[in-house]
Design a protein around this ligand. Structure first.
Ligand code: BES
Ligand code: ZN
Length: 624
């Protein structure tokens, strides 16, 4: 371990909040947290059983010119009887000064580990109430994406373990804290966080934030840009840049309906407001459930509200994930599987069963495909309970946690009936609100409260789902009549028993079009594909899911007429879910040169989460 002595005195004026004198007297609840048997989190150095943080005051100044944030993080902490140190996670941070109860203190930074970072160990006593860290971030910090030029923008992505690249923190989902923040940004920009947010810019570029509900570090989020706010309902609204705000207001006008439906299903929304921020297209995900303010890709603005299920998903996380949180990243399915189930139920409640069953069927289709792929690579990765020790937790972001998790819950619903299952879930969320859940505790709670007989338990085949490979025999079958019809038409067309003009493209929903495109097989020729585009002008679609599905087929069949659009799409959009299959398709069809050419132009626009995956994909192939 490297010992760093902090003798340098830093001139950084800060207003410290005053601690009430009894803040360190351990409350019953904190004692329970300290005594609790914690699931081991292999992705954090923190040792919350010795000392943990429970409130953060974050004061920061955002500098676009050198892509850094200069900040002070002051934590209130709770200590155990014999506490000697508190350990925070850091990665790529410049630590300038550490204070313990207002006095400059020494600290140690341990050896750096790949993607995990280093432990920042601060000496304390059982009486310590507060620690304070003055630090700055590095320009290449992995959580950030800085957009330069006329419309500067900064956003963070903390999940799974990137919060530590912009805030020193106990970066483990089992540690929750409330926070207040002050953030200084260039005066023409607005700052937003996963907290109570402003709706207007101010001339000083100075913003204050409060998050009164305790959240884990992976839900810390910051965005800075020239954005406007529009209210779309009593508790809901959208933020977007001026060029997108009208479109966003229209696209997400039904957000309040989703919120009302969600509350009717599983209990009160605990975060007061639910707003949506449309980020630059470089955002590596579709959405991120930052509390009170979901971050979303602009690629869900289709002009016809056809992609709102993504908002239903992120909203559902306000219960599954943000309220009841996976204890470690091995339990990720408890966040995502529950959320896909909940998303489906919201969609069914608001848009009807016909539509939600199409979505379920597409989820199943994606799951079967990915299970096959993962079984070839590493069959254990098809277990619901993941094995991410010594691996990047990002590896767990597959259809297993999402769609196998969903199918597991759907199977449980089938066994006990919807009424009992809903009652059970509602209680599950309220009983464990603002707490963690791990897979073992989930199973124990399931057996005690839902599957109360041995007969029910064996019917559910719990361990086959949790620690078994592939899809168990009792995996529900999803049937969608409308998608079956699509499959039939595709079959007829592929056999030359139907003309291209017989395809009812104009009448189809996005889900039906997506099904058609993703099921195109080797019997369909390049000429067929060109004909399809001639008839329905698919390349001009405003729906990015359709465009993506089209481009994947265009690559496979070498429909070169689509290539300019392909390049434009890949240079502008950084959503990994689109990038991976498109680059893969190029590699698999002998078009590596084109893949590398496009990637060369596009890479600088992507977030680290996306470049990490694409670098590996393109390098592995290059070595073949
Ligand atoms: N929380 C996830 C995104 C995430 C997971 C980020 C793991 C980093 C690590 C978010 O809720 C999510 O699942 N997003 C999906 C959309 C959803 C509709 C399946 C996405 O971005 O594709
Ligand atoms: Zn999710």
């Amino acid at each position: 371990m490297r010992l760093v002595n902090t003798l340098s005195l830093i001139a950084f004026s800060l207003t410290f909040f005053s601690c009430a004198s009894d803040t360190n007297r351990i409350s019953e609840k904190s004692k329970a947290i300290l005594d609790m048997k914690r699931a081991t989190d292999f992705h954090s150095f923190s040792k919350p059983e010795e000392a943990f943080v429970n409130h953060l005051e974050w004061d920061a100044s955002v500098n676009f010119s050198d892509r850094t944030i200069d900040a002070n993080a002051t934590y209130k902490i709770q200590t155990s009887k014999n506490a000697e140190r508190i350990i925070l996670d850091i990665r790529e941070l410049n630590i300038k000064c550490v204070k313990v109860d207002g006095k400059e203190a020494s600290y140690e930074i341990g050896e750096e580990m790949p993607f995990i970072g280093s432990p920042l160990s601060i000496n304390i006593t059982p009486d310590t109430k507060e620690i304070s860290i003055h630090y700055s971030t590095q320009p290449g910090a992995d959580a950030f994406l800085w957009v330069e030029g006329e419309n500067p923008f900064l956003f963070t992505q903390s999940q799974a373990i990137l919060a530590r690249t912009w805030i020193p923190c106990q970066d483990s989902p089992g540690v929750r804290f409330t926070y207040n923040a002050t953030v200084k940004v260039p005066s023409n920009l607005m700052a937003l966080m996963s907290a109570e947010n402003p709706t207007e810019k101010n001339e000083q570029g100075y913003y204050e934030f409060r998050m009164n509900q305790p959240i884990p570090s992976y839900l810390m989020a910051l965005a800075v840009g020239d954005v406007e706010f529009r209210s779309v309902g009593a508790h809901t609204g959208v933020y977007a840049t001026p060029d997108l705000i009208d479109a966003a207001e229209y696209e997400f006008a039904e957000m309040e309906d989703l919120l009302v439906a969600a509350e009717a299903l599983y209990g009160k929304y605990r975060w007061e407001r639910y707003d949506l921020l449309i980020l630059p297209a470089a955002f590596p995900f579709g959405g991120m459930e930052n509390p009170r303010l979901t971050f979303a890709t602009p690629t869900i603005i289709a002009g016809d509200r056809s992609l709102v299920s993504l908002v239903a998903h992120e909203l559902a996380h306000s219960w599954s994930g943000n309220l009841v949180t996976n204890a470690t990243w091995d339990d990720f399915w408890l966040n995502e599987g529950f959320t896909v189930y909940f998303e489906q139920r919201i969609m069914e409640a608001v848009y009807g069963k016909e539509l939600s069953e199409m979505l379920a069927s597409l989820s199943y289709q994606g799951l079967v495909k990915e299970v096959d792929e993962i079984m070839d690579l590493n069959p254990k990765d098809t277990h619901l309970r993941l094995h991410l020790k010594d691996r990047n937790p990002d590896d767990g972001m597959t259809a297993i946690a999402y769609d196998k998790g969903y199918m597991f819950l759907r199977m449980l619903e089938g066994i006990v009936g919807r009424e009992s299952f809903d009652e059970y879930l509602k209680t599950y969320f309220s009983k464990h609100a603002f707490q963690v859940m791990d897979t073992d505790n989930f199973i124990a709670y399931l057996k005690a409260n839902l599957l109360t007989s041995e007969e029910l338990q064996s019917q559910a085949m719990i361990s086959d789902w949790i620690d078994g490979e592939g899809l168990p025999n009792n995996c529900p079958k999803v049937k969608s009549d409308r998608l079956n019809k699509v499959d039939n038409i595709l079959y007829m067309w592929s056999q030359n028993n139907a003309l291209t003009s017989d395809i009812p493209w104009a009448d189809w929903t996005y889900q039906e079009r997506y099904r058609f495109l993703t099921r195109i097989n080797s019997e369909i020729t390049l000429d067929d594909l060109a004909e399809l585009n001639n008839q329905f002008d698919i390349l001009s679609t405003g729906n990015n899911e359709i465009l993506f599905a089209w481009l994947e087929q265009a690559i496979k069949k070498k429909h070169v007429g689509s290539y300019p659009r392909l390049e434009e799409f890949l240079v502008n959009v950084g959503r990994r879910k689109f990038l991976t299959p498109l680059y893969k398709a190029m590699l698999e069809t002998g078009q590596k040169e084109m893949a590398l050419n496009i990637y060369n132009k596009a890479r600088k626009n992507y977030h680290s989460v996306a470049t990490a995956t694409m670098d590996e994909l393109l390098k592995i192939e290059a070595n073949d």
